[in-house]
Structures are given as structure tokens and as C-alpha cells.
Ligand binder design. Structure first.
Ligand code: CO
Length: 621
């Protein structure tokens, strides 16, 4: 089919999704600026530079103020429209916020330079994008609604065109088809875009990830059907789990006589810069395969897959991956077939991991799954079996209205909480979305990661540690345990070591066996970070477990992950239901609460520690 003289815009994602997909969202503003002027001259339809995971990551790992980044980029890009990814009522966080937070966030984003807001909801529940559309229009900006693409009985062409019609009525200026897993086949894309053009009539932008190898072909069929803009990344940060390459698409489209507004020779001069940059960030490079066949088979987004691998390895359960991959679609079906995208991918993913690790489905259930089944995330397209729902949440109330209608205004309360530490609206929003990280950031406690050093500085070891052992990749070591000082030893082991076996040889020695993890990947998306040095405390008295603690006294985590917050100290009096720890797992923050009233007699973990499901974090007596 001829696309001669057709206008096809290219959005360049290199400064947001490109490095979010391939370099764990670690690209720094200082590395964007040297190339900005050149990129600004290329004739891109728009540049995606902000939102998604960049807000969290810039604070958490780079000690960068995300608002400052936006202002800086706005100044640097004088000709090109700037675009951001906004998770509807979740904004750039992982849960729903009150309407007053949405108002303030969009106002600040518009003021600081965003032209096009790409708004989506993980469940495609349009009630969750309504407020964002209204606010974006209020500030005179472009509201693009992204519909997440997934497969399942509920997802017919009519399903997508019905959403298109409704968001058009709500004021959307354009529609994006968000194929976050990279599983949309070219011929389906043709049918879908044709239907949207026919039934809705808004401009259509296509977003995909190259993971399955179909992205470029899918774009072509979508363009033939009338798609107006495609998302591409610079070749140096394209393909794999990132977008199709800009240069390739420009070459094809220009040759066919379409009007991309971009010169192939010109745009080809950008790659040298980004190639060098990618090498600079090699510590975070995900080194993905050219084609990930698991995505084709299981339709699981690439980022989710690498999260699984990391999480299972941390639990010494890497061999469970095939089981988890089979469990994901089952959990997804139980939850009404939601698309797998932030945060639903984490909700489904962590529950699937739990189901496999616990050896019994739904023996342990995450707080998010409970909230999801109570309707707090919205309504999925598929059906949820009521008996299943009841087996998880009992007789608790299920919300049927717009979830945000049940959330009280949050701005004033947060202001009181943080006090003078947040000097303005921007800082207050940082705090509302990422309380712990923003507090550390505003207090100046965050140190930007070192790109050259593989091991992060860790907190001091507990003074009581009687013996320490630096473990290497050696096969077996015997570590003496000093008799005088208690019965715990602290073992530091390296990231490329998995499967630690501890055997008590005699009263004084432990036999440690390691096997090589030969980990080549780093985790994308700044949350389930690789833990270069992990530290666990093992009692040496007999078996390596906390079997001495009775089930009622021990505070355990159901979810494997990382301790990000310890709220209480030994000696504190605590009552049932109080939050004691936050465990972060697959991007989700989970509260661990006290199961009874009492006094804390022991805390076994500190912030930054990796924990397994069932680990005893503290003891209350
Ligand atoms: Co994406």
C-alpha cells in the first residue's frame, strides 16, 4: 500500500523509555545536555523525556531533582515538543492519589514544560484517566490517552474502539496504542488502527518494545492503516526491550515517499554520542537477547521477566522460573485478565512468585492483590470469580465507583507531615509520591551512584558480629566462629554467588558452599536493584533458621524483597496492626505489621537487607 506523501511523525524516546528499558533509567541530565541542541534540530514530532520511572529514579539513585531536570531540558529543547508518561491517577507513582494531588502534579508539569501528556491506566479503566485529561486540558496542553494492549477474551476490537470513543468525549486529543510487552502482531495492528481511525477518528500514535522482534513490522502495518506517529529510540539505545530504531524507520519511510520531516544522514549523526554513553552506563545495561522467545510464548513484558529472574535468584530459586512463567497467566486470569503494565504487572508478578515459592496458591496474598480485589485499582475488563474474591477478602467491601472518589484530599495532610522540609509544591509532590526517598533526598542524604564501582557502600555491620567472612567465588570455605560472642555470624557474599549452603561442621566451624551465579544481567527499572553485597545473619546454633521463635511471636514477611524501612527499635512497645517494616518487592511497597500487642525483643534486619518469604524480621513478646 502506498504511503507516499503521508505525514508520519517520529517521537524519540531515547531520553525516557530508551534508557528506562536498557539502562535501568539511570541516564543523568548532564549526559542529555551535550546532545540536546542537535536532537532539537532533527525535526522529531516530539521527544519523550520525563515521567514513567524517571521521577523516582532520578531522586533515588542520582540525587537529581526531577523538576529541575524538566526545567533544564525545557530550556535546552527550544523547537521540539516535550512529552511525558503519566500513569493516570497513579501519576508517576504506583498507587492512586487523591484528585488534589493530580491537579497539583499536572499544574507543575505543565508549568515546567510538558507539552504532551500521555495518560494511561493499567486496567484501561477510563474513570482513572478522566481527572488527568480534564487537568491537562485546563492548562491548554495536549492530552493523549494510551490504551494498553493485551490479549484475552475481553479484548476485542470493539473493546478498544469503545474506549477510544469514550476518551474522545472526555477531551482526549489523540490516542496511543501502548504495546508495552511488544506482542502486537503486524496484522492485528492493521485491523486495530483501521478500526480506531474509522470509529474514533483521533490521531493515533503507536508505542511498542522490540522484545519479540515484531516492533518494526508492526509499525509499518499500523502506518499503512493510518497511524500518525510512531515511537522510536536512537539506534544506540534501541531494539531488545527498547523501541524500534529511529534511523531504520526513517530510512524505510523516507524511501517510501512518506514525510517524516527527518533527514536520514542528519539523524544518523546522533548514534555516535549515544553509543559512547551506553558504554559509560554498562554497569546497568540489561544486555537483552535480540529476540526474547519467552515474550512470544508467555506474553510477559521484558522488564517483568528480568525482575523475576533477579527476584528468584535472590531467593535461591532461579530454577522456579518456568513454574512462575506458567503461574503468571493463571493469576492474571484470576484477576480478570488485566494488561500487564505498571502497576498491574507488579501486582500479578509478585503474587505469582508467592504462589510458587509458598508451594500453594494464595496461601499468602499481597496487600496489593487484596486492594485490587476490593476494587481499589479500578475495574478490569475480564471477569473475577466471586467465590475466588471472597476466598481472599472475605466480606470486606468492594468499591464499584471511581476509586479516587474514595480517597480524601492529601495535599494539606502531607504538608503538615513533612513541614518545612518541603519548601514548595514541587517538593511536597515528591514527598507524597515517594515519602521515604523524597525525605532522604530533601535532607541531602542521597549520594549519586558511582558508575565505575560495582559495589555500593553498605551500612556498618552490627557491632556484635563475632566473625566475618569475605566470601569469594571459591567453592567451599571454612569460617571460624568465635565462641565468646554470641551465636550469630555475619556473612558478606558477592553478587555473583548464588546457592549458598551452610552446614555446621562442628561447634566452631561452618562449612559454606557457593556456586557461581554468573550473572550477566543487571535489573532494569530502578527498584528491585541488584544487591552487590548481600548480608544475612545466620545463627550458628544448629539449624540455620529462627526455629526458636514461636509462630505467634515472630513478625514475618510473606513477600520476598528488600527491607526499605524499619520503623521501630528493640524495646519499643507496639500494638497489633502497627506498621513495623516496609518490604519492597517488584516495585511494590508492602507493609509488615505487628500481629499482636507486646514489646519488641529482637529485630533481625536493617534497611537494605534482602529477605525471603517466611523470614522472621522481628520478635514481639
Ligand atoms: Co514503553
Amino acid at each position: 500500500m502506498s504511503i507516499k506523501n503521508r505525514k508520519v511523525g517520529i517521537m524519540d524516546t531515547t531520553l525516557r523509555d530508551g534508557h528506562q528499558s536498557l539502562l535501568a533509567t539511570r541516564m543523568r541530565t548532564e549526559d542529555m545536555l551535550p546532545i540536546a541542541e542537535k536532537m532539537d534540530q532533527m525535526g522529531f514530532y516530539s521527544l519523550e523525556v520525563w515521567g514513567g520511572a524517571t521521577f523516582d529514579t532520578s531522586m533515588r539513585f542520582l540525587n537529581e531533582n526531577p523538576w529541575e531536570r524538566l526545567r533544564t531540558l525545557r530550556k535546552a529543547f527550544k523547537n521540539t515538543k516535550l512529552q511525558m508518561l503519566l500513569r493516570g491517577q497513579n501519576l508517576v507513582g504506583y498507587k492512586h492519589y487523591a484528585d488534589d494531588v493530580v491537579e497539583a502534579f499536572i499544574a507543575e508539569s505543565a508549568k515546567n514544560g510538558i507539552d504532551i501528556f500521555r495518560i494511561f491506566d493499567a486496567l484501561n479503566d477510563i474513570r482513572n484517566v478522566k481527572k488527568s485529561i480534564e487537568e491537562v486540558k485546563k492548562h491548554g496542553k495536549h492530552a493523549q490517552v494510551a490504551i494498553s494492549y493485551t490479549t484475552g477474551a475481553a479484548y476485542t476490537l470493539k473493546y478498544y474502539t469503545d474506549i477510544g470513543k469514550k476518551v474522545k468525549e472526555m477531551g482526549a486529543d489523540s490516542i496511543c496504542i501502548k504495546d508495552m510487552a511488544g506482542i502486537m502482531t503486524p496484522y492485528f495492528a492493521y485491523d486495530l488502527v483501521s478500526a480506531l481511525k474509522d470509529k474514533v477518528g483521533l490521531p493515533v500514535q503507536m508505542h511498542t518494545h522490540y522484545t519479540s522482534g515484531m516492533g518494526g513490522m508492526m509499525y509499518l502495518k499500523a502506518i499503512e492503516a493510518g497511524a500518525d506517529v510512531i515511537d522510536c529510540a536512537n539506534s544506540a539505545l534501541a531494539l531488545g526491550t527498547s523501541q524500534p530504531a529511529t534511523e531504520t524507520m526513517v530510512a524505510i519511510l523516507n524511501d517510501a515517499g512518506a514525510d517524516t520531516g527527518i533527514d536520514l544522514d542528519e539523524v544518523s549523526t546522533l548514534a555516535d554520542y549515544f553509543k559512547e554513553l551506553r558504554a559509560k552506563y554498562k554497569k546497568y545495561d540489561v544486555y537483552c537477547e535480540a529476540v526474547d522467545v519467552n515474550v512470544l510464548r508467555y506474553q510477559i513484558p521484558g522488564g517483568m521477566l528480568s525482575n523475576f529472574i533477579t527476584q528468584l535468584k535472590e531467593q535461591d530459586a532461579a530454577d522456579k522460573l518456568p513454574e512462575v512463567l506458567k503461574e503468571v497467566p493463571r493469576v492474571r486470569t484470576d484477576l480478570g485478565e488485566p494488561p500487564l503494565v505498571t502497576p498491574s504487572s507488579q501486582i500479578v508478578g509478585s503474587q505469582a512468585v508467592l504462589n510458587v515459592l509458598a508451594g500453594e496458591r494464595y496461601k499468602m496474598v499481597t496487600n496489593e492483590v487484596k486492594a485490587y480485589l476490593k476494587g481499589q485499582y479500578g475495574k478490569p475488563a475480564g471477569k473475577i470469580d466471586e467465590a475466588f474474591r471472597k476466598s481472599i477478602i472475605g466480606d470486606e467491601k468492594v468499591i464499584t465507583g471511581r476509586p479516587a472518589d474514595f480517597i480524601k484530599p492529601e495535599m494539606e495532610a502531607a504538608k503538615k507531615e513533612i513541614g518545612d522540609l518541603a519548601k514548595n509544591q514541587e517538593e511536597l509532590l515528591m514527598y507524597i509520591m515517594f515519602p521515604a526517598v523524597a525525605k532522604d533526598f530533601l535532607e541531602g542524604k542521597i549520594v549519586c551512584e558511582d558508575l565505575n564501582v560495582c559495589e555500593e557502600p553498605k551500612k556498618e555491620e552490627p557491632k556484635t558480629s563475632p566473625a566475618q567472612a569475605e566470601a569469594s567465588e571459591t567453592d567451599s570455605q571454612q569460617i571460624p566462629v568465635s565462641k565468646e560472642t554470641g551465636n550469630n555470624i555475619v556473612i558478606n557474599f558477592n553478587a555473583n554467588v548464588a546457592n549458598l549452603n551452610v552446614n555446621v561442621v562442628d561447634g566452631n566451624n561452618l562449612d559454606l558452599t557457593f556456586s557461581d551465579r554468573s550473572e550477566k544481567r543487571f535489573v532494569p527499572v530502578g527498584t528491585t536493584r541488584p544487591q552487590p553485597v548481600q548480608k544475612r545473619i545466620f545463627p550458628t546454633s544448629g539449624a540455620v533458621s529462627s526455629s526458636a521463635v514461636s509462630a505467634e511471636d515472630g513478625v514475618t514477611t510473606s513477600l520476598p524483597g528488600k527491607i526499605t524501612k524499619v520503623f521501630r527499635k528493640v524495646g519499643n512497645v507496639i500494638s497489633k496492626g502497627e506498621v513495623m517494616f516496609i518490604v519492597e518487592s517488584m516495585k511494590m511497597e508492602n507493609e509488615v505489621t505487628a500481629k499482636k500487642d507486646g514489646t519488641i525483643t529482637k529485630i533481625n534486619v536493617s534497611e537494605g537487607d534482602a529477605v525471603k518469604s517466611g523470614d522472621i524480621l522481628a520478635v514481639i513478646e
